[in-house]
Design a protein around this ligand. Structure first.
Ligand code: ADP
Ligand code: MG
Length: 328
């Protein structure tokens, strides 16, 4: 970004967002510090979004900013971590309007407050290409107790928070309207796509009950495949047990093949995890405490991969699964 522009952007729009972090020094130094609390391990994750890929250039800037924070918060939640702060690398098109940056910063502020995080630092550049943003989110767990993808064992139950498919249906809804949906259901789905609800209250509580856990963002079946692989197990899922929202159920009722899309589309930002049968009672209490519904959707078995079973116990092909940036 040419000369003063960059420093003015940092001072005007980003420095105020670091106010709750004295060791970010008002973004006036080369770097910030973060003191881990005693006995805590830091958990770090990064996610980038690019105009034309993850958002549309004319999407509302505050929603882009909030989604950017939330997709990262979702990763931390799935690891059982409590978020503390983040670094932001912003590449703005050369001709970005100050009002756009201001609205983007407002979105950051809104969700900083909601989720109790602060801006610690980052980088600001101009790009001849589309806008892109990367957030590195930092959280904490006691000791080394980050939830891993590798903790599933044969005999465990497979669970998922919230509902599956809404983000994918919301994205589809932006292209073409699903038949027979009420206007409120349309709004609900599009809102789920634009503004994920990371399970930040549930995540840390899962440390005491879950074996394996991961963030469901690229499609349930594909993401469960990561748990299967890292744990050296097979996951068998009952399609009928996968929780759908009322809007999702209406879509599947009108078009049963939409269930496959729910199981493989991305943008859920729920937590999939495993528990031993003995801990199912404790899990129910945990879900209640977090105020987040949790459903048992299948079981962990010996073997490899993910199987999806239909109502009659038959194996169903969930369809080409999941989102992969490099797939062609
Ligand atoms: P340098 O050129 O030495 O890397 P910068 O001028 O890029 O330093 O950054 C100065 C300070 O502003 C640093 O503390 C950096 O972390 C912070 N900063 C720069 N851009 C951002 C941003 N987009 N969000 C948050 N902090 C930023
Ligand atoms: Mg820099």
């Amino acid at each position: 970004m040419p000369g003063a522009g960059e420093f003015e952007i940092i001072a005007r729009y980003f420095a105020p967002l670091s106010r709750g972090a004295p060791l970010a020094f008002g973004l006036t130094d080369d770097a910030a510090m973060l003191l881990p609390r005693k006995g805590r391990g830091l958990v770090m994750t990064a996610d980038a979004i690019v105009a034309g890929v993850h958002f549309l250039p004319d999407d509302p800037p505050d929603l882009i900013a909030r989604k950017l924070l939330r997709v990262n918060l979702s990763d931390l939640a799935a690891k059982g971590a409590t978020p503390r702060g983040y670094l932001l690398t912003a590449a703005f098109p050369q001709d970005v309007a100050p009002g756009w940056i201001a609205a983007f910063a407002r979105g950051l502020r809104t969700d900083q407050k909601r989720f109790g995080i602060v801006l610690l630092g980052g980088d600001t550049v101009a790009t001849p290409g589309p806008a892109s943003f990367s957030v590195t989110m930092i959280g904490e767990v006691p000791g080394r107790r980050m939830l891993r993808r590798s903790g599933a064992r044969a005999g465990d139950l497979v669970c998922v928070s919230g509902t599956i498919g809404d983000g994918g249906f919301g994205l589809a809804e932006l292209g073409h309207a699903h038949e027979g949906l009420a206007a409120a259901q349309r709004r609900f789905l599009i809102d789920r796509y634009r503004l994920p609800r990371p399970r930040t209250t549930l995540g840390p509580l899962l440390r005491n009950v879950a074996g394996a856990a991961l963030d469901v963002s690229d499609g349930l079946v594909q993401d469960l495949g990561h748990i299967a692989r890292q744990s050296g197990t097979r996951l068998t899922i009952e399609a009928g047990a996968v929780p759908l929202s009322p809007a999702g159920r209406a879509i599947v009722r009108a078009d049963p093949s939409a269930l496959g899309r729910a199981l493989t589309a991305g943008d859920d930002y729920e937590i999939a995890f495993t528990v031993t049968k003995a801990r199912l009672g404790a899990l129910k209490a945990t879900a209640h405490r977090a105020g987040v519904p949790v459903s048992v959707i299948g079981r962990v078995e010996r073997g490899a991969g993910v199987r999806v079973l239909g109502a009659g116990g038959e194996v169903i092909e969930a369809g080409p699964g999941g989102f992969d940036h490099f797939a062609r």
